[in-house]
Design a protein around this ligand. Structure first.
Ligand code: HAM
Length: 417
């Protein structure tokens, strides 16, 4: 019997795993500079938190959750995203009592039962950040600037920062009504999904990908025109801070996001090199969610980036260096093999990556292997070298070679590292 992995769920293997680890390490360095601490929340949560957090009428909750009844007869779901679980934790563990603002980051797998395609998986990994306790526009700007630094530190190029404000509980109803009036005039020409969205969440019609729907919505009311005074000032301040820091961005009035918890600022980072699934990262403000989860009135903002899409972009950009050992120890004969094993272990004790030949094969095939795994230096050790106490070394990248005394091997190779 042969088994295969589930559709839309990928194995992450070497050499790609090195790219993943590089991204994670770069993200950690940037989060450290901005004061974000890691938080780890469970993969499985009560289904209610996603219904309440993301919204009952969203695609994620309606169609995409891995939901099942556990042995205790509770409805549980594999997290489709990280914000709702982090907010659940924030409220349950009274994290608002920590000094403000509270800034957290997380990384891990998320699950959405979507139709798999390029850049879209059923298990995918996000690195996300959430900041609680600051309503000021400086926080929106800071988190967007941090995201830009993060993506730069990872090595991504040619990204577009799109930004919008979707208003608050005060201004949203008049905008919603304006949309209902506009879409209602030709409702029967929209796709079935949009006709349903008309009843549940008309804002979502704005980002429907069906071409007839995007034609029909030309000239639809624009949210910016409906913002209340507070939202307008807030958004204007965010944009002027971004401009002051030379963060180039595009206003996208159709950026309404597929999750209901957002208020005010929303943003998305896209790349033209990704095909249809072009969002690399996305986020926004969600000032009502902590309160809705039973916590104190707490403004919050965050984002998440999709690891698979970042890895795909980095691979497309090229220039990814695969990790390779510093040294390969090639040996000839039993006694040299034993000594070679010792040298390899000694090098590892000094923090150097060393590989060995594991038994008898010709020197030629050992050196071929050293080359294949990308080792920088080969050390060659046979009976003669054992007797003289001097090893031969060969720089496999530059073609230079020479001899080194057995007792100096570690220092010699440290000079190469
Ligand atoms: P989201 O837009 O649903 O937002 O997802 C964020 C990112 O995760 C996307 O931009 C994309 O890169 C990646 N992503 C989403 N779905 C898939 C998929 N099926 N396959 C591969 N990658 C995917 C959120 O999840 C919010 N929780 C972000 C947030 C944090 N807002 C505030 N705080």
């Amino acid at each position: 019997m042969k088994y295969s992995g589930l559709k839309g769920m990928e194995d992450i293997l070497p050499p790609d795993i090195a790219v993943w680890q590089g991204i994670e390490a770069a993200a950690r360095r940037v989060f450290d500079r901005y004061g974000y601490s890691e938080i780890r929340v469970p993969i499985l949560e009560s289904t209610d938190i996603f219904i309440r957090g993301i919204g009952e009428a969203t695609d994620i909750v309606e169609k995409e959750m891995y939901t099942f009844t556990d042995k205790g007869n509770r409805s549980v779901s594999m997290r489709p995203e990280g914000t709702a679980p982090v907010v659940r934790c924030y409220v349950e563990k009274n994290l608002h009592t920590m000094s403000s603002p509270q800034k957290f980051f997380y990384s891990g797998p998320m699950f959405r039962y979507e139709r798999p395609q390029k850049g879209r998986f059923r298990q995918f990994f996000q690195i996300g950040a959430e900041a609680f306790g600051v309503a000021a526009p400086a926080m929106d700007a800071e988190i967007i600037i941090m995201l830009q630094h993060l993506l730069e530190a990872i090595g991504l190029r040619d990204l577009n920062f799109e930004i919008n404000s979707i208003g608050c509980a005060e201004c949203r109803p008049s905008y919603r009504q304006a949309l209902l009036d506009f879409f209602g005039a030709k409702l029967d020409e929209y796709c079935p999904d949009c006709r349903r969205r008309y009843e549940t969440n008309p804002l979502r019609i704005l980002d429907c990908k069906v071409s007839r729907c995007s034609e029909l919505r030309q000239g639809a009311p624009v949210v910016i025109d409906f913002l209340c005074e507070d939202c307008k000032i807030h958004f204007g301040d965010v944009l002027s801070i971004l401009s002051a820091f030379h963060v180039s961005h595009t206003l996208n009035p159709n950026l309404v996001r597929g999750l209901d918890y957002y208020t005010k600022t929303t943003f998305e980072v896209t790349s033209e090199h990704l095909g249809a699934q072009k969002a690399v990262a996305a986020g926004g403000r969600y000032d009502r969610l902590v309160r809705e989860f039973g916590g104190p009135d707490t403004p919050a903002i965050g984002f998440a980036m999709g690891m698979e899409r970042i890895v795909a972009l980095l691979k497309e950009q090229g220039g990814i260096e695969q990790p390779a050992p510093l040294v390969y120890v090639a040996t000839l004969g039993k006694a040299a093999e034993t000594e070679g094993f010792k040298i390899v272990e000694q090098l590892r004790d000094h923090g150097l990556w060393a590989e060995q030949s594991y038994g008898s094969s010709s020197l030629k095939s050992q050196l071929r292997r050293a080359d294949r795994i990308g080792a920088r230096v080969a050390l060659i050790l046979g009976d003669n070298e054992l007797q003289s106490g001097c090893l031969q070394w060969k720089d496999l990248k530059q073609g230079r070679q020479g001899e080194v005394a057995l007792g100096n091997v570690v220092d010699f190779l440290k000079g190469h590292a």
